[in-house]
Ligand binder design. Sequence first.
Ligand code: SF4
Ligand code: SF4
Length: 296
Amino acid sequence: MGKISVYRFLSAGCNGCDVEVLECLAPRYKLADLGVEVVEKPEEANVLIVTGGGNIKGKEHLLKIYEAINPPKIVIAIGNCALTKEIFDKGYPMIGPPDQIIPVNYYVPGCPPRPQAIVKAVADILGAGIKEAEDYWQAPEGYRGKHEFDSEKCIGCGACAQICTADAIDIIDGPDRRIVRVNYGHCSFCAFCQDECPTQALRLTREYHLATRDRQTARVINEVNLLNCALCGGVFFPERQIDWALKRITMEKVPAYGEFSGEILNAMKICAKCRRNIGNIREAKRLLSKLSEKVR
Ligand code: SF4
Ligand code: SF4
């Protein structure tokens, strides 16, 4: 498309993304060099930039603005509230995200997105190239962007999901696999998950170009195998987590237990339900020796 005239609308958010949008207009970020102008009235715009999660009070206003903008009526949702409502998700006046109210064409995840991410997303929409030096794009040391799993290290323990106050990580158990899914469109990029991970399997990279046409793709996943209970056969625990725990017990914590590692491993392969059904120590011992014979 040719020249784009942008009208901005904040629909319930903290204002952080709105500030980043304005920053894009500063000479340093050169959004204006792409032929983009920000206009005062929706009737003068052909692109609408929406930030915020979308609330009851702003609904009519947002609908009127969308009605008023000119074709091709492109809507860009900037920031994670505009993708998923993020931290405002459970707020009683929230009815968004904005694509529940008006059609949205592009999403730019982030909390808030870097100005460069917004500029690149707009340039991509325009089909324009940006010739900028490497340092224009470089994120500073310690910047927290898209997550990355080390699938060799992840044991599927779910500690990352438990610590995440934004509910951005799902643990989904299938018939034989556990999926650990980071929905970074819900994320505030606090890095608590990275700090909590016992195996340093999860880290936040410096990648911040996350624009997408489909907000369901704002995800990173890892899969681990689940183990069947040695008694009832039901799926209950990640295989790697058991190996990891066994190594910690027998190698780091109590090396003297090393020679009993087989028995310990067998005990760990019994699910909580079956363990509760074991009546006494004598029965537990009998079951464990039976299991040892089975694996021999
Ligand atoms: S990423 Fe780390 S904390 Fe999360 S499930 Fe994997 S091992 Fe556990
Ligand atoms: S960085 Fe990790 S813990 Fe923090 S909000 Fe995002 S997914 Fe949750």
